[in-house]
Design a protein around this ligand. Structure first.
Ligand code: AMP
Ligand code: MG
Length: 428
């Protein structure tokens, strides 16, 4: 993390323009204020899925624990093999995975061995069964080149080649995904220390919003943002506190802020940041906490408030349903992962694809169009814009699987141009 600034110091910086904040700068500024959770808990290995490790996991054992075979074949002494002639060896036993042979391999002998079988003492190389010829209590191995033996040790796995005793298997700050779960189990560890879950409170603002189960009056709409936020936050592994809909009245917004700040590490609101007449988020945040308010040079998602409410981090997202998703993915996701203690932050998968239809765009801001990315028959990638791109039109998001990101210097783009796409889903 870069040098911590106070919100006040930041707003005095020379190139700081709150009315046209580039996407990257806003992300970077938010990053300087984030203080990850420190409280931890012990959990059973399965319950660690999706959690962030609060300790380095050291390997208590070597993995693998023994030299063993990587193939089904014959364990031999390399020195018994010949470059210029076949050799016939006496087969003195079989080493199955988990059932090693007890004896030391003598010169002139071989042991039948299965994948994962422990190498007998004295054996250093495995000849794969496909090149060997089985006899009556013997096996004949062709000359080295024909046996595909380039060197001593071939087709074997060495004890500790994955992990040596005491080495760091997983680092503090890593999220536990399925591979990490398996790795922890492979070390014989059944409990790990993880950071407590990040508590995130959220509410929607707007007199026009009704919750599910209520009747819609004239001009009213159902609150969808709380559901999108519920989905995105749940996927990130946060503990969520849904505070419902708050009406556009300063006293109501103020009370909701005070409650949220008292119970959550992060507070997310949607709506009420567009500085219209009924938009109180900024004013209340200024009164109760510290605020950075930006007009981000992006579309959709222009107004964004970030600040501190006591110890909690505040994200004031715009009200338009598509803007909520865009600003969440571009600013909030990474911030919440950092606050959760995660130090390895895989970015959303981003790559280039061929645009199938033209897009009109003015330079000066970053645009996030919703796109459908497909793999072409020739193995290349192409992308098409989905539906109407209005920032209130959630179906364009739902039909899409990626953002088409057009940077600030980009103008109109033509069919056939290469554009940057960023997948919605990926490795959190
Ligand atoms: P605002 O940012 O409050 O001016 O809202 C911008 C637009 O988004 C308006 O059309 C609102 O009705 C709509 N909107 C705000 N909040 C929500 C919500 N929670 N669910 C659906 N639409 C919303
Ligand atoms: Mg509103």
């Amino acid at each position: 993390m870069s040098t911590p600034l106070t919100l006040r110091e930041l707003s005095c910086a020379d190139d700081y323009d709150p009315n046209s904040m580039p996407v990257d700068r806003a992300r970077q500024y938010i990053g300087t204020f984030l203080t990850p959770v420190t409280a931890t808990e012990r959990v059973h290995v399965r319950a660690a899925l999706g959690r962030v490790l609060a300790e380095d996991i050291l390997s208590p054992i070597a993995v693998p624990g023994h030299d063993n075979s990587a193939m089904d074949g014959y364990a031999v002494r390399f020195d018994d093999l010949r470059a210029d002639a076949a050799v016939t060896l006496k087969v003195t036993g079989t080493s199955f995975a988990g059932k090693p042979v007890a004896h030391t391999l003598q010169p002139g002998a071989a042991v039948r061995i299965m994948t994962g079988g422990v190498m007998p003492v004295g054996a250093d190389t495995v000849v794969m069964q496909e090149v060997a010829t089985k006899g009556e209590g013997t096996v004949t191995i062709p000359p080295l080149a024909d046996a595909k033996i380039r060197a001593r040790g071939i087709n074997t796995r060495k004890a500790g080649e994955d992990l040596t005793v005491g080495s760091v298997a997983l680092q503090r700050g890593w999220r536990v995904n399925p591979a990490e779960l398996g790795l922890i189990a492979s070390l014989g560890i059944n409990e790990v220390t993880v950071y407590r879950k990040l508590r995130v409170a959220f509410f929607s603002t707007g007199d026009e919003l009704r919750s599910l189960g209520q009747q819609l009056g004239a001009g009213e709409i159902y609150d969808s943002n709380r559901y999108t936020l519920y989905g995105m936050l749940t996927r990130l592994g946060c503990e969520i506190i849904d505070m419902g809909v708050i009406v556009d009245e300063p006293a109501a917004v103020e009370a909701a802020f005070a409650t949220a700040a008292g119970i959550a590490d992060a507070v997310i609101t949607s709506g009420g940041v567009s500085v219209g007449e009924a938009d109180y988020i900024k004013a209340v945040l200024e009164k109760l906490g510290e605020v950075l308010f930006w007009k981000i040079a992006m579309k959709p998602g222009r107004p964004l408030a970030y600040g501190k409410l006591g110890a909690s981090h505040f994200f004031g997202l715009p009200g338009n349903p598509v803007s909520v998703v865009v600003t969440f993915y571009q600013f909030v996701r990474e911030a919440l992962l950092t606050l959760s203690g995660q130090t390895r932050l895989p970015p959303l998968p981003t790559f280039k694809a061929t645009l199938r239809s033209p897009i009109k765009k003015a330079p000066g801001r970053t645009e996030f169009q919703r796109g459908m990315f497909v793999q072409d028959a020739d193995g290349g990638c192409s992308v098409t814009v989905t539906g109407d791109q209005g920032s209130g039109i959630l179906s364009s998001m739902s039909q899409a699987n990626c953002f088409i990101i057009l940077g600030p210097t980009t103008g109109n783009v033509q069919a056939g141009d290469l554009v940057e796409v960023q997948m919605f889903e990926g490795l959190v």
